[in-house]
Design a protein around this ligand. Structure first.
Ligand SMILES: Nc1ncnc2c1ncn2[C@@H]1O[C@H](COP(=O)(O)OP(=O)(O)OP(=O)(O)O)[C@@H](O)[C@H]1O
Length: 334
């Protein structure tokens, strides 16, 4: 394992920021710490980095007991949301910085910087100042700078958080490709489930100072451990006593066994899909169903259409009538 976190607790005064965190992250893995704002993701990342100390518990990095090691001795690279570049230094010098303070030979530094700038596709920008880069280019420079010291662990805290949606998306694809090339163990914090699902090998869902679930994107999406994870990873709608995904509901325009009858109140086209709102008796909140345009067209759905709804075979569903805060999640048998 590259990072082993055991029994970590952290309080700020009376406030419990982290409670008994246990994690093992294998070498070379790209892990997302995902969760709502204030859940403790940044605190956990800072404890791994050595920027914050845990009240109890331990952190082992690449087999080295790091709990009490200062940040400079942990061999970690960081990138934060707002990257503090040296404004008066060129892009190349910014990337070289960590190597220069480590007094590496000049020729070695030059070769390493060239290699890194190529890796992050900034070789044409080596002589520019950071102010002459776009936000996305600046974050790529930050990544190159973090990688320069050949860290055993790369820690990214919402690295693309300050960028607009389109650039974010480009950079997340780019991060995935970069990671496939460099394979450095990487942990990145995000509150964006789509970002985590798209980029990460494994996702750790952190909420209210606890780990809710650890798993691959598919596992989390298809087998959420509880209602919180289910709701955080994607849209959830209620059909009778089930809570399930809007695309996991089958719609027919004639009665089907065990189906709930309802009336379409709205069919809204959003890009390539159609979101259909269906009011059903005995349920205050309407059901939301998502389907392809082709499917909606074939069913000729429009406001006023009578429809029958049933959970699709294999749908992931939580029983909503169960009083427990953590209902079990089981696939619905067809
Ligand atoms: N130095 C501090 N003193 C007191 N409380 C703190 C301190 N740092 C963090 N907290 C609290 O600990 C909780 C967890 O914060 P943290 O930054 O880890 O959350 P997060 O999941 O990263 O959230 P975000 O996505 O908003 O950054 C928050 O409620 C925060 O207010």
């Amino acid at each position: 394992m590259s990072i082993d976190v055991s029994g970590v607790n952290k309080r700020y005064g009376d406030f419990v920021a982290l409670q008994d965190i246990n994690l093992s992250l294998p070498t070379g893995q790209l892990t997302a710490l995902l969760g709502p704002s204030g859940g403790g993701k940044t605190t956990l990342l800072r404890i791994i980095a050595g920027l914050e100390t845990a009240d109890s518990g331990s952190v082992v990095i690449e087999g080295v007991e790091a709990t009490r090691l200062p940040v400079q001795k942990r061999n970690v690279g960081f990138v934060f949301q707002h990257y503090a570049a040296f404004k008066h230094l060129s892009v190349a010098r910014n990337v070289a910085f960590g190597l220069e303070i480590r007094k590496k030979p000049k020729a070695e530094i030059r070769a390493k910087v060239d290699e890194l700038l190529q890796l992050v596709h900034l070789d044409a920008f080596a002589d520019r100042l950071p102010s002459q880069l776009s936000g996305g280019q600046r974050q790529r420079m930050a990544l190159a700078r973090a990688l320069a010291i050949e860290p055993s662990v790369l820690l990214l805290d919402e690295p693309f958080g300050a960028l607009d949606a389109k650039v974010r998306k480009e950079l997340r694809d780019w991060l995935r490709r970069l990671h496939d090339e460099v394979h450095v163990t990487t942990v990145f914090v995000t509150h964006d489930q789509e970002e985590a699902l798209e980029v990460a090998d494994e996702i750790v869902v952190v909420n209210e100072g606890r780990v809710e679930q650890v798993g691959s994107p598919d596992q989390l999406y298809d087998e959420p451990a509880n209602d919180f994870v289910m709701g955080f990873l994607g849209e959830v709608t209620t059909l009778g006593d089930l809570r399930l995904r809007p695309h996991d509901i089958e719609v027919t325009t004639s009665p089907a066994p065990a189906a709930t009858q309802g009336t379409v109140t709205r069919a809204l086209r959003v890009g390539f899909e159609v979101r259909v709102t269906v009011s059903v008796p005995d349920q205050d909140v309407p059901v939301t169903v998502v389907m392809t345009r082709t499917h909606a067209r074939a069913l000729r759905l429009e406001a006023g259409s009578a429809v029958w709804l049933v959970a699709a075979e294999g749908a992931t569903a939580v029983t909503s009538s169960r009083p427990s805060a953590r209902p079990s999640v089981e696939p619905v048998a067809g």
